[in-house]
Design a protein around this ligand. Structure first.
Ligand SMILES: [Ca+2]
Ligand SMILES: [Ca+2]
Length: 250
């Protein structure tokens, strides 16, 4: 019986497992660093709602509400995300209001300016309103994204990077996760250590529910979890080169 190759392979596998770089998860919430979250409301165009507990999102014929969420990416320390996941927790306790709805997740494109009277990507949660929110399309409250038809789910075309949608289930007050390659790409394309996501609703309905903001306390604030690529650019540690022996001293 030739057992040697099997043992050699097993040892090699152990050695590889011991030295393979492990991927790491970085979790950033809106409570961290320069994070922020706020509702903007078409019915209260100039009202500052960023300190409300809840992020209410509504798309209807008469009134629109959108959630602006910013994450401070300085915690990533310049590393790249292999995968990214956004989690939002519903804070509406009347579960009868929760329906089978779909929501858009739209990235706010970086821009030197979002136009006259508009805040920048560093928007302050105590200043942001429907009127001054960067990239907000006042003519659209949400709806389906259809780039061919120029529909960007409530964000102006020039500033919208549609990242995908997530669904919630009727009657379930829960945490809902959203992940897409586009979200990871959006994180990796960032140049100023902050990203803003705009959440709008696809379904047109007069009812509204909320997601917990960072002031909510009882529920989890918006959370971004990223799997970080192991750093393969760093060579494995090597023994220092041996120095030539000193000449013997006489
Ligand atoms: Ca807030
Ligand atoms: Ca950015």
């Amino acid at each position: 019986m030739n057992w040697k190759p099997a043992i050699v392979l097993a040892i090699a596998a152990c050695a590889a497992a011991a030295t393979a770089p492990r991927s790491e998860t970085v979790t950033i919430k809106t409570v961290d660093g320069k994070g922020a979250d706020a509702t903007v409301d078409s019915g209260r165009k100039d009202e500052k709602l960023g300190r409300d507990k809840s992020l209410r999102v509504k798309f209807s014929t008469a009134a629109q509400r959108k959630a602006y969420i910013r994450f401070d990416l300085s915690l990533l320390k310049g590393r790249k995300a292999k995968a990214a996941r956004l989690t939002l927790e519903i804070d509406t306790e009347n579960t009868g209001l929760i329906r089978d709805w779909t929501y858009n997740v739209i990235g706010l494109r970086e821009a030197a300016s979002y136009g006259q009277g508009k805040l920048g990507e560093d928007w302050d949660e105590t200043e942001i309103t429907y009127a001054n929110a960067p990239g907000n399309d006042p003519k659209s409250g949400g709806g389906e994204v259809d780039e061919k038809s120029g529909k960007y789910g409530g964000v102006l075309k020039d500033y919208a990077i549609p990242l995908g949608t997530f669904k919630i289930a009727a009657g379930k007050r829960d945490r809902y996760g959203f992940t897409s390659q586009a979200l990871a790409d959006f994180v990796n394309a960032d140049t100023n250590k902050m990203i803003t996501l705009v959440i709008t609703r696809v379904d047109n309905h007069t009812d509204v529910i909320g997601f917990a903001g960072k002031e909510g306390g009882k529920y989890q604030p918006p959370t971004l979890e990223m799997t970080i690529e192991p750093d393969s650019s760093k060579p494995a540690a090597k023994a220092p080169p041996s120095r030539p022996a000193k000449p013997p001293v006489n």
